[in-house]
Ligand binder design. Structure first.
Ligand code: HPA
Ligand code: ZN
Length: 335
């Protein structure tokens, strides 16, 4: 690995946009399909990898939901989560806020007690074994009706202590933020922190509406804000965090190639940008792979990487006391 990657590894970082179901590696997908005798349209892990050729968000989601269908018992959810948390330890991710999609599981008859106990046990083990800090973002699937989101909010009530925030993911176009205005208001009443995917494939107006109607504190992706100068001004002023996922954006054809990715421009413009990996095996890499690609293809500097790490810790939902040691450490580092 390059010196640049070693430097980024040494920076204490938070990963704020990561779908835990999207960390399912092809080998594990095949193993679990065999374990549960689930028929897939693929015979080998290499076949699955060959299918990672996406034209847009929807073509990825079709494969992502098929992948998630092999997650059945508590151990599956434990193994998935523990594997990713080990990766955090190895990449210098000192804190992670992981999204999960309950409706993907409840629609298949797998209830909250199954996945919440698998996730919870893995998070506790990682905390105990190496002090890994982590929290959960429960996402509503935006292609499903509002009613299903309300049912999910209700089903999550017994697990409220285990979940920090609420998010919104899945097919963006045609499912604007206002569809979830009432369920977000209810989630806010229950004390959850709020985030939402917006401005990945959807227009800048979805970002404005996520802020004004859903009252989110953070925007996932948000890269299309650049099409609206007034919105950029607003985001800069409010220091609204944008959790940008460069490899994901290229794989889902939001930008033609990494050379065209605007992240350095976003930083220069004063936007509060962070880097995350979204769904790493599907998009060709984990967090350090994203930094490596940004360095190699866009010339991301060490100082910019340090700034991105500072932004990630500041944009997390960690309290002041917990983030202070990481910010102190980052301020002492000379790029
Ligand atoms: N966008 C929307 N929904 C998702 C994504 C994403 O990048 N990953 C998993 N679900
Ligand atoms: Zn995402």
């Amino acid at each position: 690995m390059s010196e640049f990657v070693d430097f980024v590894r040494s920076l204490p970082k938070a990963e704020l946009h990561l779908h835990i179901e999207g960390t399912l590696e092809p080998a594990m997908l095949m193993e679990l399909a065999e374990k549960h005798r689930i028929e897939l349209p693929y015979s080998t892990a290499a076949d699955v990898e060959r299918a990672y050729d996406f034209a847009d968000l929807q073509s990825f989601l079709d494969l992502y939901y098929l992948g998630a269908s092999v997650l059945i018992d508590e151990d599956d959810f434990y193994s998935l989560m523990f594997r990713y948390l080990k990766r955090c330890r190895d990449e210098g991710i000192v804190h992670t806020e992981m999204m999960f999609d309950p409706q993907t599981h409840t629609e298949r008859g797998i209830g909250f007690p199954v996945f919440m106990s698998g996730f919870g046990r893995a998070m506790e083990d990682a905390k105990r074994d190496w002090g890994q800090s982590s929290s959960l973002v429960m996402c509503f699937l935006r292609h499903l009706p509002e009613e299903s989101a309300f049912e999910t909010l209700k089903a999550a009530e017994p697990f409220q202590g285990q979940i920090m925030s609420r998010g919104l993911d899945s097919s963006e176009l045609g499912h604007p933020p206002e569809k979830f205005e009432r369920v977000y208001a209810a989630a806010s009443q229950q004390g959850y922190r709020l985030v939402a995917h917006a401005g990945e494939e959807g227009p800048p107006a979805y970002i404005t509406d996520a802020l004004d109607r859903l009252k989110v504190e953070r925007i996932d992706h948000g890269v299309r804000c650049l099409e609206d100068a007034e919105l950029v001004e607003r985001l800069v002023k409010a220091k609204t965090p944008l959790t940008v996922c460069p490899l994901s954006n290229v794989r889902l054809c939001v930008f033609d190639s990494m050379v065209d990715h605007p992240i350095r421009h976003m930083l220069e413009r004063g936007l509060n940008v962070t880097v995350s990996s979204d769904d790493p095996p599907y998009f060709g890499g984990y967090l350090l792979d994203n930094f490596e690609a940004l360095h190699r293809e866009l010339g991301l500097t060490r100082e910019e990487a340090r700034q991105l790490a500072v932004n990630s810790v500041r944009s997390s939902f960690l309290d002041e006391a917990s983030r202070k040691p990481w910010l102190d450490q980052l301020s002492l580092l000379t790029p």
